[in-house]
Write a protein that binds this ligand. Structure first.
Ligand SMILES: Nc1ncnc2c1ncn2[C@@H]1O[C@H](COP(=O)(O)OP(=O)(O)OP(=O)(O)O)[C@@H](O)[C@H]1O
Ligand SMILES: [Mg+2]
Length: 262
């Protein structure tokens, strides 16, 4: 396990990078999110936990511009923003690493890192030069996160789960985001690969990026998170700071077992 990085001393006093206020979202009769408030700061790792269907992915989708909330507002650096597309979220510095990673298995790491950015720079213009520049930037980003690959030119389909997760995280870093959202990055990974990904999360924090990570693994959560936010049936029911809670506090908040207890 990588060592835990303490929260920066001024994290409680700096203006939040992102403020989520009163966000609600329904799908037909299903209340996916209800009046959720949450502040995210640069240099801080927030874990979002809750049972299946608690609303975690919906909250990440709202922040990443995939879904519009029914009500509520988002502020980035104190300015109200409308994030109605992933592009709009990216433009304010918010990038998401999705559960399915959305990597192209048949392409190499460099091409995967720059997927989707190509539209702004057509391939037919200076193709060789551009490939060199992309390789240089890819190496920089992968090195900065200590993601080790045997080859930059091998298809990513043949790489390990940890390497693939590393590439997916680095893909979010190509455009230097302030906030990285991760939906279950350690699900389906082996022990050492999981440790690698937790290490990547702590490195994002060291780089003074904000991190919002969804996880069902409470051990992982307690290891990386400066704050843990618990959703249940769409509502935020608890928020714990590092060192201020036990595993059973978390479980009680997740399941609602603390309710009705004096
Ligand atoms: N696109 C959608 N259409 C209809 N209902 C949806 C949609 N997305 C989410 N929901 C519903 O909203 C609720 C919250 O779902 P969400 O995916 O946010 O939960 P989650 O906390 O991410 O769960 P899990 O841990 O299983 O991933 C669930 O009841 C879900 O069925
Ligand atoms: Mg989910």
């Amino acid at each position: 396990m990588p060592p835990a990085v303490p929260p920066s001393a001024d994290s409680a006093t700096t203006t939040p990078f992102l403020q989520i206020s009163g966000v609600s979202k329904h799908f037909g009769g299903v209340r996916a999110l209800h009046e959720v408030d949450l502040d995210l700061r640069r240099g801080e790792v927030i874990a979002l936990v809750g049972d299946n269907g608690a609303g975690k992915s919906t909250l990440v989708n709202v922040v990443s511009g995939v879904q519009r909330p029914d009500s509520g507002v988002l502020h980035v650096n104190g300015v109200e923003v409308r994030l109605d597309s992933p592009r709009a979220a990216a433009a304010v510095g918010i990038h998401t690493v999705y559960q399915d990673l959305s990597l192209c298995d048949n392409l190499d790491a460099v091409k995967n890192l720059f997927l989707g950015l190509e539209e702004t720079d057509p391939w037919w213009r200076g193709r060789t030069l551009r490939r060199r520049a992309m390789e240089r930037r890819a190496r920089e980003v992968l090195d900065s996160m200590s993601v080790r690959l045997r080859s930059f030119t091998a298809p990513v389909g043949g790489m390990s789960g940890g390497q693939r997760q590393g590439i997916a995280i680095c893909r979010a870093l190509v455009s230097d985001p302030s906030l990285v959202l991760l939906d279950e990055p350690t699900a389906a990974l082996g022990v050492s690969q999981r440790a690698e990904v937790l290490d990547l999360i702590l490195r994002l924090k060291e780089d003074n990026r904000g991190v919002l990570v969804i996880s069902h693994d409470l051990k992982d959560v307690q290891h990386v998170a400066d704050r843990v936010v618990v959703l249940r049936l769409g509502s935020k029911v608890a928020e714990f700071s590092r060192g201020d809670y036990t595993s059973s506090d978390l479980v009680a908040a997740i399941t609602g077992a603390h309710e009705g207890v004096a």
